[in-house]
Structures are given as C-alpha cells and as structure tokens.
Design a protein around this ligand. Sequence first.
Ligand code: UDP
Ligand code: MG
Length: 327
Amino acid sequence: MADTVFSFVIPVFNEEAVIPLLLRRMERLLAAVGEPAEVIFVDDGSSDSSPTFLANLARGDERYCYLRLARNFGHQIAITAGLEAARGKAVIIMDADLQDPPETVLAMIAEWRKGFEVVHAQRISRAAETPLKRVTAHLFYRLINRLSAIDIPRDVGDFRLVDRVAVDAFLQLPEANRYVRGMFAWIGFRQTVVQYEREARAAGVSKYPLRKMLSLATSAIISFSDAPLRLAIWIGAVVSAASLAYGGYALLRALFWSNGLVDGWASTVVVISLLSGVNMLLTGVVGLYVGRIHAEVKGRPLYIVSRKIGFEAEAVVAPRVTRRASA
Ligand code: UDP
Ligand code: MG
C-alpha cells in the first residue's frame, strides 16, 4: 500500500464493547473519504477480546492493521507507536470510543487540502461527559497554557490530522515523557483547528481513571514548563524576607526587651513545621523533574511491539524515534 493517502491511528485498550460500533462508523467514513486508507489499531495491552477480534480483522482485510504492544504502555505511547507504523500522506489520530466523531475527519481533511499540516479537533462542548471531567479538563487546558511558553491550543485532545512532514518531525522528538498534544504544538508548521462536539462514549467505560488523568497532567506540566521549579525561587525569596524581618525583631527583642523568661515556644514550632513542610514540598517538585530526567537518561525504547498483522507489505514497524545514546 505504497500509495496510502490516509492512515488512521486508533489506540485500543480493552474496547471490546465499542469495536463493532466503531467498525461500522469507520466503514462509512472510509467510503466517504474515497481514497486509499489504512486503519491501524494499536492494542495497548488489552486483556479482553479486542486482540482476537482486531487480529482477525487485520488478517482478513488489508485496509486494517493490528499492532500489539507487549503491555499497557499508556495512551500517549500507543499513539506514538501508531504514528511510527503509519504510511499515509496524512495521519488521523482518533479514540476508539467514538467520542471523536469520525465524520469530523471530513472537515479536517478539507483543511489539510487547503495546506495545513496540523489540524486539531477542538471540543466546543463536552455535554456528554461527567461534571468532574469537564471541570478538571477546563481548568487544566487553561493552566498548561499559562505555564507553557508555547501555545498549546485549548480544549484540544489527541484527535487531529497530521501531514506526513509533521509526523516525521514529531517522530524526531526523542522524549520518553510524551505529552503528544503539546509536542504537536511545539513542532510548528501551519496549524488550524476544526470544532466539534464531544460525544458520550459509545460503549464501555473510560480507561482514564483519575490517577491516569493526574499523571497525564503532571507529564504535561513537567514536559512543557519549568514554572514549578521557578516557584521554589519565589517562595524561597518570600520566606527568606519574612525570616530576615522576624530574625531582626527577635534579636532586638532579646537585646532590649528581654525580661529573662524563655518564651516563643509556639512561634518556634509554627515556623519550623511550616518551613520544613514548604521545604519538603519543593524538594518533591524538584524530585518530579529528577524522576523525569532519570526516565530520559535510561534511554529505553518507548515501547515493545509483541505482534503486528497487516504490515507485511513493508517492514516499517521498527521504532524510528531516535533516542539519544545515554553513554
Ligand atoms: N487508551 C489506551 N491506553 C490506555 C488508556 C486508554 O490506548 O492506557 C485508549 C482508549 O482505548 C481510547 C483512548 O485511549 O481509545 C481514550 O481513552 P478513554 O476514552 O478511556 O479516555 P477518556 O475519553 O475517558 O478521557
Ligand atoms: Mg473517551
């Protein structure tokens, strides 16, 4: 399939409930697109029946490809694996759960034809999602935008169309901590947004529990901002100024107003516990960055592929993200 125009990259983690619905919508979309396309399902270590189903599909239909990762590496890594395997002139990343309506892809393709290399799909409403998800997502996209020096489009997830040149640029970014939407904003090129309404999950449950959401948010902030580190300097400056003032007062008091009694027990306890709390907190912030550095320095491959079906025409699945040698 050397002439593949569109590659769809769909990460899948235990999505057996939604796959039949997804396939029906994909068939309709592929017909509407009307050009040679491949659909790459990246199985991120599913333990339900999705692997069997998708493997069979890829065996019987050359438009569908199946790439299985050796374990659950996470959504962002699964997307990266799909991008590495994709052969199309444009790659569309979308979720398996139909929250990203396949029909929006037609509008994205229209923008691509106008010459945009990155077309983000922006959520104008997320009426179908839980209030917790809506509020946290709203706050998060604004926070990351304030903290980061690059302009990461708001309310944009991983649903996007990316031209071949932008895919190749993306694959040159070697980091192990991949906040994919930030990385696409970082590479530049001509970018635009297409708006859509985020639908409810068609079936099954979210694979992003609060824990994974927090970890994605931390990754985003640490990869795209050093503001938390600078915060330490500001807090340090304020606390130092306060303690200088208080120290001066304590000295003057001891010299001129002391009545010989030992007092200040309460203030000592308060000051010491407050400062050790602030200290540990900021050490923790530094620790987060050190942990990320550690992950980068190890230089491990981003993922391990355990199975691939439907790529036989070309051996393209070997990882291309070049990681810096660590020694
Ligand atoms: N996903 C994945 N690996 C994970 C978690 C999720 O590949 O560890 C996939 C999942 O199958 C879906 C997409 O990423 O296709 C988005 O996940 P989900 O819909 O559960 O997240 P939400 O929309 O609730 O944020
Ligand atoms: Mg979803």
